[in-house]
Design a protein around this ligand. Structure first.
Ligand code: 8IG
Length: 278
């Protein structure tokens, strides 16, 4: 891989994803993974529920991946062999992600998603921590993403590629997850570039538009994976009330603490759902 330069991610992102997938296949000895998970803020310890990984390595050793910048994102890639209902499932897990607010452009943001699909994954599970716009939500509550609103004015796709997004967050997979935990709610997630949180006026605008959740991730990855033919599940963990909802100020420590508190429930949910996906 010594011939790969990070600039190559920008000139040919699909080729970079193929290189990364080949590198992961070489490191793990697994030619084809089945399901991928991207673990966002607060979700990293939930992955412990999946047991002992068969392989683990630093993401930035793989072509196209940068070192992590956000606390709570450890920057590892793991491979797990999970007993599924119809045979063994190879799960590829990305601990952490790149965000639009890091200023590296859209390509690094979607590199995990594209790499996962090129590695063979037909299903991508995207997790995140987010702010709750819907006043019925409480901190520590997981919510399935039913649909999204993009407020970033960017897309990972280039060219006359008019991809349909009517079933972006797979109904089929949402039904499986709700059968596992019937208390789960569904909501509309707004993608906000950040790194600032919203103003109270912006949260009022989002609620008026029909949004329930707001965060700084997930949407570009969902679009990139869907455009390559993968099914997408998005799960948000509400780790703070959005600006103006309670009158409290927002801080990153609150987010990390809420993630830690909910990790066991989130881990059990993932462990219960993955065997049923394929
Ligand atoms: I965690 O309230 C988390 N991420 N945009 N707004 C936005 N992103 C978030 C928030 C929030 N909480």
């Amino acid at each position: 891989m010594s011939s790969f330069n990070i600039q190559d991610l920008y000139t040919d992102p699909m080729a970079a994803a193929e290189l990364a997938a080949a590198d992961i296949a070489r490191r793990t000895g697994i030619a084809k993974h089945d399901v991928a998970l991207v673990m966002g803020s607060g979700w990293v310890s939930a992955v412990d529920a999946l047991g002992t990984p068969a392989h683990e390595f630093d993401a930035h050793e793989v072509p196209g991946f940068f070192p992590p910048e956000v606390e709570g994102h450890s920057g590892k890639i793991r491979s797990y062999a999970i007993a599924g209902e119809h045979g063994s499932i190879n799960a590829l897990v990305f601990l952490g992600r790149t965000h639009l607010y890091e200023g590296k452009g859209i390509e690094p943001v979607v590199h995990s998603a594209r790499t996962a699909v090129k590695a063979g994954c037909k299903i991508l599970i995207l997790t995140n921590a987010c702010g709750g716009i819907n006043k019925e939500y409480h901190v520590g509550q997981p919510v399935l993403i039913r649909d999204h609103i993009s407020l970033t004015a960017t897309s990972p796709l280039i060219g006359a590629n008019f991809v349909d997004l009517t079933d972006l967050y797979s109904k089929r997979i949402r039904a499986i997850v709700k059968a596992e935990d019937s208390s789960l709610q569904e909501g509309v997630y707004v993608h906000w570039r950040g790194p600032t949180y919203e103003t109270p006026a912006e949260i009022l605008m989002m609620r008026t538009m029909g949004a329930d959740l707001v965060g700084m991730s997930t949407v570009p990855e969902a679009i990139a994976a869907h455009a390559l033919g993968a099914e997408v599940l998005g799960i948000s963990l509400v780790t703070n009330a959005a600006a103006g909802v309670t009158g409290e100020k927002l801080n990153h420590e609150e987010v990390i603490a809420a993630g830690k508190a909910a990790a066991d429930r989130m881990g059990a949910l993932l462990k219960g759902v993955i065997p049923k996906l394929l």
